[in-house]
Design a protein around this ligand. Structure first.
Ligand SMILES: Nc1nc2c(ncn2[C@@H]2O[C@H](COP(=O)(O)OP(=O)(O)OP(=O)(O)O)[C@@H](O)[C@H]2O)c(=O)[nH]1
Ligand SMILES: [Mg+2]
Length: 132
């Protein structure tokens, strides 16, 4: 599937092909193996791909988010994070713990369900909001 998608994207001159995998539990080993295979297959369709491997984490998840980041990073090498649901009660403090363990940049944060609620991450603003 992803092989076909990347091949078709190249043929059509697309700038970006996004493979959105369904939620995968890091505790389900066969699903993690499948994820590694998806990454390998993308690399076969284009040298050097995938250029980005992003993990979306739910900002309400707390400490478990750190475990998820570690497991997915070990399995497929993450290049970026997206942290959603920061409009809830959780302020995403786990990001501080994640930053200490894995130096993976945060690309976007989610603060609601609308398109414009996916915002670029600003570390200084985030730290201010955390302490407010
Ligand atoms: N309040 C709030 N809701 C969000 C945010 N991000 C996503 N949602 C909602 O959460 C629900 C699940 O979002 P999805 O994007 O389907 O989540 P997913 O991780 O792709 O789920 P799977 O593909 O099933 O693994 C949807 O109703 C979204 O609108 C956010 O930042 N804030
Ligand atoms: Mg999804």
């Amino acid at each position: 599937m992803t092989f076909d998608a990347v091949t078709a994207g190249r043929a059509r001159g697309c700038d970006v092909v996004i493979a959105d995998t369904a939620g995968r539990l890091p505790t389900q080993l066969h699903l993690m193996e499948e994820l590694k295979k998806i990454k390998r297959v993308i690399g076969k369709a284009q040298d050097g791909a995938p250029h980005e491997v992003l993990l979306v984490i739910d900002g309400n998840t707390g400490q478990n988010a750190l475990a998820q980041v570690k497991t997915f990073d070990d399995a497929i090498g993450l290049t970026g994070l997206i942290v959603t649901k920061l409009d809830g009660t959780a302020k995403g403090g786990v990001l501080a713990a994640i930053a200490r363990e894995r130096a993976i940049p945060v690309y976007f944060i989610g603060v609601g369900e609308k398109l414009e609620d996916l915002q670029t991450f600003n570390a200084a603003e985030f730290a201010q909001a955390l302490l407010a």
